[in-house]
Ligand binder design. Structure first.
Ligand code: CA2
Length: 155
């Protein structure tokens, strides 16, 4: 169900967790060569084409990420794409924030977490997400955005 503030305008928030500000510089074998700025620019372009409001946010701080998720409810955000990064595997606080705001979300990972260390196989988010994308690189954000554009809550 859309909770859009401005009549008819869907609002989508993209949240990225710790160290994703370093994208494109190191560990390119896992995370690819795109910078976060480049990824966000592509998402913004697609959102503009679709007539949707899109905001992006990255933080290395768990508390700031929790605050931003809480803010999303006040902003009447309809859908969230979130890559919690390392907090995927540790953050009950981010999970609780997403559960509390009740905004549907897709969990996105650049790398295939299931092909990596066992500790990356556990997520505090997957069971409350609408779905997850893992291992498709930066394209995963774009595919998740396409899903969010079509999402009506009646799926
Ligand atoms: O595959 C993903 O998207 C991850 O969420 C990325 C996290 C990792 O802890 C998760 O298990 C899977 C790590 C993000 C670190 O990003 C960097 C980017 C460039 C250079 C170094 C780290």
């Amino acid at each position: 169900m859309s909770q859009s503030g401005m009549a008819g305008t869907k609002s989508i928030l993209v949240i990225n967790g710790p160290n994703l500000n370093l994208l494109g510089s190191r560990e390119t074998e896992f995370y690819g060569r795109d910078t976060l700025e480049a990824i966000n620019a592509r998402l913004a372009k697609r959102a503009a084409e679709a007539g949707v409001r899109l905001a992006t946010y990255q933080s290395n701080s768990e508390s700031d990420l929790v605050e931003r998720i809480q803010q999303a409810r006040r902003d009447k955000v309809d859908f969230i794409l979130v890559n919690p990064a390392a907090y995927t595997h540790t953050s009950v606080a981010m999970r609780d924030a997403l559960a509390a705001v009740g905004i549907p979300f897709v969990e996105v990972h650049l790398s295939n977490v299931f092909a990596r260390e066992p500790f990356r196989h556990e997520s505090y988010f997957s069971d409350i997400a609408v779905g997850t994308v893992s291992g498709l690189g930066a394209k995963g954000y774009e595919l998740a955005l396409e899903f969010a554009l079509q999402y009506s809550g009646k799926e």
